[in-house]
Design a protein around this ligand. Structure first.
Ligand code: BGC
Length: 247
């Protein structure tokens, strides 16, 4: 079964058609900029345009950078606050005419990594962290997801950790790899003290540069880059459509 996977992020909206049995992309991968301000109207319109450029009429799975419960947006950290209380799934369905599922973007990335990527076959506690505009997190135990974990909100230096240690912070504050890694270490140590994951998988665009900073990180857990690097969100959002059919 092919599903159009969409990953709505703080800076870009990406999509590709995914064969959900294998987790492979079976179309080209397209990306547009997330409109600013990232209001429901502007983001849904831009996502609709992306969907139309695939000439897609099948199912859509969409990852979204917020707490999502039954399609409904519950938080807004890197998106416009007017998203809170909006049913993203219903809006997307109306815009595209397709059957849509919506899931937190890090949960989507985690699903892809656990089924097809770096967490495949791991039954212990596995934490996926996506480092991008914010810090996304997804925790699995025995292959099952605890949804909507928001570790990027953990306080560090009096503010949410994602304001201190996300990949965007490294770029915006022009931090060296060493300085950024020190910040990331503080975050990772905090998280390890709370959850003791056995494996930590790092995703997000910066994971393709893991050779620059992994040697500087100190974790008790095994640390690996995401198998899909920056595509896990698309693959996981698409897979979520079939996951839901099983529930
Ligand atoms: C949001 C999370 C999201 C993460 C990564 C955070 O700002 O609160 O829900 O998973 O960014 O996009």
């Amino acid at each position: 079964m092919d599903v159009l996977g969409i990953d709505i992020g703080g800076s870009g909206i990406k999509g590709a058609v995914v064969a959900v049995e294998t987790g492979r992309l079976v179309s080209e991968h397209l990306q547009i900029k997330t409109p600013r301000p990232a209001t429901p109207a502007s983001v849904i319109k831009a996502t609709g345009e992306l969907v139309r450029s695939f000439d897609w009429h099948g199912s859509i799975g969409c990852g979204f950078p917020a707490v999502i419960q039954d399609g409904m947006v519950k938080t807004a950290a890197n998106i416009d606050t007017s998203w809170i209380g909006v049913n993203a799934r219903d809006f997307l369905q109306r815009e595209t005419g397709c059957v849509c599922s919506v899931i937190n973007d890090a949960d989507a990335a985690g699903l892809a990594e656990m089924v097809f990527g770096a967490g495949r076959g791991k039954m212990g506690s596995v934490l996926i962290l996506t480092l991008g505009t914010g810090i996304g997190s997804a925790l699995f135990y025995q292959g099952r997801l605890f949804p909507n974990l928001e570790l990027g909100y953990l306080p560090l230096e009096g503010a949410p950790a994602e304001h201190y240690a996300s990949a965007a912070v490294r770029v915006n504050e022009k931090l060296s790899w060493v300085t950024w890694s020190k910040r990331l270490n503080r975050f990772l140590n905090h998280v390890e003290r709370l959850f003791s994951p056995e494996l930590i998988i790092i995703g997000g665009g910066v994971s393709s540069r893991h050779k620059e900073f992994f040697p500087l990180l100190e974790t008790r857990a095994e640390l690996v880059p995401a198998g899909y690097l920056n595509h896990s969100g698309i693959v996981g959002a698409a897979s979520f459509v079939t996951e839901q059919c099983h529930d």
